[in-house]
Design a protein around this ligand. Structure first.
Ligand code: URA
Length: 225
């Protein structure tokens, strides 16, 4: 089976996609969810954050990352010098899976078209994956989050950057430090992604490194002081 993402789309208004998400019946999830959660943020963002799926609070409000994981996400973004106004935030699936279970392959496949169309509309330079399912969408099904978190990879004409999911640190405090490392590496990944985009736009060979860990980036940054 192909992955949840399929075709490249032409750009269309984000609000059109959001309206479709809110009335979507493509998979079973709408039957148990309260509200569709299309995503929100800066429609011209260079950074697109992709989580897994709405949880309890998101389902009630119809907005992404508004519960405890969202509060932590705001803190992590601030570490990277970013706020919600700078980024766009969405999920692999746009309706809440019952009891917060993992999204199923057919649900991710059904929802992939919305994510494809959001990417075409926003044209981000860096896609930040939050958690396993989002990571698998952009890094492939065999990638392991414990090995590749904090690294970038070319994806289409952008870069993808893998991070642990903020909820991981809420359940197991030992993940907090790893998450902080991932987000401390985000400015570096974004700089790389912008270089990558500039190189592609000018037709010059891209000299930016495309796979580097957050720890390496932090070590290099620290060595500057
Ligand atoms: N977890 C997610 O993956 N997405 C949300 O929107 C909220 C929590």
């Amino acid at each position: 089976m192909r992955g949840p993402l399929g075709e490249r789309h032409v750009s269309e208004p984000l609000e059109l996609i959001a309206d479709e998400v809110r009335s979507c019946t493509r998979c079973r999830l709408y039957q148990t969810a309260k509200k569709g959660v299309p995503g929100e943020g800066n429609p011209r963002a260079d950074v697109l954050l992709v989580g897994e799926g709405p949880g309890f609070h998101e389902d009630v409000q119809g907005r992404p990352f508004v519960g405890p994981a969202g509060k932590l996400l705001d803190e992590l973004l601030a570490r990277a010098g970013l706020s919600r106004e700078d980024v766009f935030i969405t999920n692999v699936v746009k309706h809440r899976p019952p009891d917060n279970r993992d999204p199923r392959p057919d649900e991710m496949e059904a929802c992939g078209d919305y994510l494809d169309r959001q990417i075409a509309a926003i044209r981000p330079k860096l896609i930040v994956t939050l958690g396993r399912h989002s990571m698998a969408t952009f890094f492939g099904p065999t990638a392991r989050i414990s090995q590749i978190h904090g690294t970038t990879k070319p994806w289409r004409d952008m870069l993808a950057y893998a991070c642990f999911h903020p909820a991981a640190a809420l359940h197991q405090p030992r993940f907090r430090e790893l998450l902080e490392q991932d987000f401390d590496g985000l400015p570096r990944a974004l700089a790389q992604a912008r270089e990558h985009a500039n190189a592609l736009a000018s037709g010059a060979p891209d000299s930016s490194p495309t796979s580097e860990t957050a720890e390496q980036a932090n070590d290099e940054q620290l060595s500057l002081f």
